[in-house]
Design a protein around this ligand. Structure first.
Ligand SMILES: [Zn+2]
Length: 282
């Protein structure tokens, strides 16, 4: 059984001391992964990290909508001020050329309220849409699939993806997906809106401690599903409270097997094939 954790952040300071060990542990357990960037620095770090391994580990590069404004982040109980990044397409274009880069992500929209100032929020949303549009075009130029992050912005995201698809119809594949909505948290209707656009969705350890998505998971085609951990966040049961890591993607696979009533080997077989097809990896 081989699994692919399609979304982890071993490039974050949480793994500063042992990222290599965590990757090796995953490889020893038949688990591949995609290390996902959220800004330029973490995208470079993802690439540096995966370049140390011959195969099985890949990188995604991109600017997350939450990284555009100045904000505070907490690491090990310490609060650090992070300044917002201005999107520079040339620098990301250069990164996208490396063979180990298999996707543009994570990119998207995040309208989760950080500020109560309505005017400011409108301006922030607009900036997010502009940067997303630029990165969707980067994905076309680089011929790479996208990894999407979306929080409280599905209506706008669907609109943007639909017009993007229209504009770049000839550049996007028709017979296979061209992107994934990561850490999917919506309902069945929303899932099918994404499927109809040619996208797939992925689930994290969240489904091991919430039953909210059981019905959707039971009914949805396995061909539209990817697995992820979103490490270091969203640690699955029974390890909640500990730092997450790619080997725990097994917990997500087992939970899906249980919900769907199929052997976990079947879940592994199909979701791994889905990931290989989307990210064009062996
Ligand atoms: Zn993420």
């Amino acid at each position: 059984m081989y699994l692919i954790d399609t979304h982890c952040h071993l490039n974050l300071p949480n793994y500063q001391l042992d990222a290599d060990t965590v990757i090796r542990r995953a490889q020893d357990n038949q688990i591949g992964m995609i290390v996902v960037g959220t800004d330029y620095k973490s995208s470079r770090r993802a690439l540096d990290l995966v370049n140390r391994f011959e195969n099985g580990v890949y990188a995604a590069i991109g600017l997350h909508p939450g990284e555009l404004e100045d904000h505070e982040e907490e690491y090990g109980g310490q609060k650090i001020m992070i300044s917002g990044e201005k999107y520079n397409s040339e620098s990301y274009q250069l990164l996208a050329k490396f063979p180990k880069v298999v996707a543009i992500g994570e990119i998207g929209l995040d309208y989760f309220q950080r500020s109560l100032d309505y005017e400011l929020r409108e301006e922030v949303k607009q900036r997010q849409r502009k940067v997303l549009e630029a990165q969707l075009e980067l994905a076309v130029v680089a011929d790479l699939p996208i990894i999407l992050h979306c929080r409280q912005a599905h209506e706008d995201l669907l609109k943007m993806l639909a017009s993007f698809k229209k504009k770049f119809r000839d550049a996007l594949p028709e017979d296979r997906p061209w992107g994934v909505v990561h850490c999917f948290s919506g309902d069945e209707t929303l899932a099918w809106q994404y499927f109809n656009l040619g996208l797939v969705i992925s689930f994290t350890g969240l489904i091991t401690f919430s039953q909210q998505w059981d019905i959707l998971i039971r009914k949805m085609p396995l061909e539209k599903l990817l697995l992820e951990t979103d490490s270091p966040f969203l640690t699955p049961e029974p390890y909640r409270g500990k730092r997450n890591e790619p080997i725990l993607v097994k917990q997500v696979a087992e939970r899906i097997a249980l919900i769907k009533g199929v052997p976990v080997d079947r879940i592994a077989e199909v979701t791994t094939a889905n990931a290989r097809q989307l990210f064009k990896i062996i």
